[in-house]
Ligand binder design. Structure first.
Ligand SMILES: *Cc1c(COP(=O)(O)O)cnc(C)c1O
Length: 628
């Protein structure tokens, strides 16, 4: 008997869901944006209501309340550590805009972060222009990182004139003199930070962002030169932040501890030079447990948010006390941890793509002996002999192929042989399951027999990091979790690119290459890809001209009722054509004159001409994905 608990365990949803996701009693994916049971959203209900409103899938769901929840959790964690270790200062965050620049996302982050003095961190002129439009809390900081030309510096200095809590971080040594010179000319005294290059590195996929050969940061020598230059300009008191960032998604807690200790030592030594550094900015790196394993695997992190805060606060305090310097205000630029959970994509699935090999093969009696061998194999395979029979079948298939290549058998016979082979495989796989045979042979067999589910989405647009850096994202069915999944499958997207396939799935111990899914029985089947809120929104591209997905922003009220707060239309064909510089009205007029010409030459009737033209116009305004 399959129970909902079995599905929860199989997909690991409560291990990686951080309390936000589970399956409910109906077998539907459900989301608790506030982590309160009374405020649970059945995603199937939302899907049905969107379908009734003729909103096309794929649809990206955003839950602003999850952003709020994560902000509260992070600030709560630091506040716990600060009181536990009697740390003599406070914590505040700054959301790094590169993780998700979407206006609605930043608006929500700024709104719910206000009482925590959550600021923003930017790395480019465009991000700065956007960030300048927000009203932050009184102590919140707007931190300017990244490579800075004079235009960037000038814009940042003008921001200082308007808002006094702007910090310009020197990420690269050559910025020092240019910044000081421009500040003097413009008569502005900005808060200034320096980013140090640490020997410590992160771990996981982004380990290379830290260490000696990191792209950003000042070496010890550069830092000392930089400080001398500050003295020259009499700007010592503006130097208020020490910043480092050793890479995103740090999977091992001891790496964080090591980096904080090294940077704390740098802070203390600078402090002892009578430079009044107020802010100790530990950058990003707080990991998200995408696979729920709580290990140092790339898709996970071997620590909780609370342990992260504890390690930072404790290590920093330890060094400060030893060096006899005051405890600085702790800042972190956690982006992934705040935003990853807040969005998920729901895709609809069109038929699975595996030839039908279930029909019985009829033998006439005059078949080549190889078909007879396979036929008998299928008849005789049983739980005692299946291993041997499966191996024989592999051999027979090999032989079938060589006979075909020698021209000795016909297509019809080859097809029969292939069907018989797959039927033997199905039986062998079933016996392997029954006898709990976990040998590599039979794992491979499951993969061979797995189905390709055609998912209505683009990997490149919606989960770019899966393609680019093999990052894993959890994938679950939206419905039917109360039914035992009987198929293994991978999910191919609808781009014409063979890379567009999800064939790696999160698992407790390993990475799964096939996912347990349900047989498609004519009805619609929806699958969700979760935890897409960090980095995916803007890294996604227009491969094959699939555009942004339709979006709904959902909140749940006190009575547990969900509401669509906002609906954002995805791209239409004319939009994506515009991105690659086609002018749609020009396209239309070229097409129109072709139609007129054809009509003039009597190749088209008036009615046909009209229909063709209307069809072209309609297509321009249609959603880029499949209409399923
Ligand atoms: C990318 C980046 C971050 C965000 O890191 P997360 O791991 O997403 O929290 C923070 N600070 C700087 C300087 C960055 O470049």
């Amino acid at each position: 008997m399959w129970k909902i608990e079995d599905a929860i365990d199989l997909y690991g949803i409560e291990r990686w869901g951080n309390g936000y996701f589970t399956f409910n009693k109906n077998g539907d994916l459900s989301v608790r944006p506030t982590k309160k049971d009374a405020q649970t959203i059945d995603i199937k209900n939302v899907v049905d209501s969107l379908a009734a409103k003729k909103i096309k899938f794929p649809v990206l769901f955003r839950f602003p309340q999850i952003l709020e929840g994560q902000i509260k959790e992070l600030n709560g964690a630091f506040s716990n550590s600060i009181s536990e270790f009697k740390y003599n200062n406070t914590y505040q965050g700054a959301f790094p805009m590169k993780v998700n620049q979407r206006r609605e996302v930043i608006e929500e982050i700024v709104r719910s972060g206000k009482k925590f003095n959550l600021g923003l961190e930017v790395g480019t002129k465009a991000e700065l222009l956007a960030a300048m439009s927000f009203e932050l809390g009184p102590e919140a900081l707007l931190i300017c990182n990244g490579f800075k030309d004079d235009e960037y510096l000038k814009l940042a200095l003008n921001a200082v004139k308007l808002k006094n809590r702007v910090v310009i971080v020197i990420d690269e040594f050559s910025e020092t003199r240019r910044l000081l010179e421009l500040s003097k000319t413009m008569g502005v005294k900005p808060l200034i930070g320096i980013r140090v290059k640490l020997y410590s590195r992160g771990s996981g996929k982004w380990a290379e962002s830290g260490g000696e050969s990191a792209k950003f940061g000042l070496t010890t020598t550069e830092m000392l030169d930089c400080i001398k230059t500050f003295a020259e300009y009499d700007m010592f008191e503006q130097l208020q932040m020490l910043h480092f960032h050793v890479g995103s998604q740090i999977t091992e807690i001891r790496r964080i501890q090591k980096a904080v200790k090294e940077a704390a030592r740098v802070y203390a030594k600078i402090r002892q030079m009578h430079i009044n550094i107020k802010y100790f900015n530990i950058g990003g790196g707080l990991g998200v447990d995408y696979d729920g394993s709580k290990t140092s695997s790339d898709a996970s992190a071997n620590y909780t948010m609370q342990e992260y805060a504890n390690n930072v606060v404790y290590s920093l305090k330890d060094v400060c006390d030893e060096e006899n310097v005051p405890h600085p205000t702790i800042l972190s630029e956690s982006g992934r941890a705040l935003s990853a959970y807040h969005s998920l994509l729901v895709i609809n699935v069109k038929g699975d793509k595996n030839g039908n090999h279930n029909k019985p093969v009829e033998m006439r009696g005059n078949e080549p002996h190889i078909l007879r061998e396979l036929f008998d194999g299928l008849k005789e395979i049983n739980i005692k002999n299946y291993i041997e029979y499966y191996h024989d079948a592999l051999q027979h298939r090999e032989e079938l192929l060589s006979l075909f290549n020698l021209g000795e058998i016909e297509l019809e016979e080859k097809s029969k042989g292939e069907i018989l082979f797959l039927q033997i495989c199905e039986k062998a796989a079933a016996f392997a399951r029954e006898t709990e045979n976990k040998s590599d042979d039979f794992e491979d067999l499951n993969k061979l027999l797995s189905k390709k589910y055609i998912g209505n989405f683009s990997t490149f647009q919606s989960i770019p990091d899966f393609w680019a850096i093999k990052q894993l994202f959890p994938v679950v069915p939206v419905t039917r979790a109360n039914e035992k999944p009987t198929q293994y499958g991978t999910i191919v997207d609808i781009t014409c690119d063979s890379d567009g396939e999800i064939d790696k799935f999160v698992d407790l111990k390993d990475v799964k290459e096939i996912l347990e899914l349900h047989e498609l029985n004519n009805g619609s089947y929806y699958i969700s890809i979760l935890m897409l809120g960090a980095y995916q929104d803007t890294i996604g591209d227009y491969h094959n001209l699939f555009g942004a997905a339709n979006e709904v922003h959902i909140i749940v009220d006190d009575s547990g009722e969900w509401h669509i707060k906002q609906l954002v239309n995805g791209d239409r064909n004319c939009d994506v054509l515009g991105y690659v510089k086609y002018n749609t009205s020009e396209l239309l007029s070229v097409f129109e004159s072709e139609v007129v010409q054809a009509q003039r030459e009597n190749r088209l009737s008036k009615q046909d001409a009209e229909d063709i033209l209307n069809n072209y116009k309609d297509s321009m305004n249609q959603y880029t994905y499949m209409d399923l």
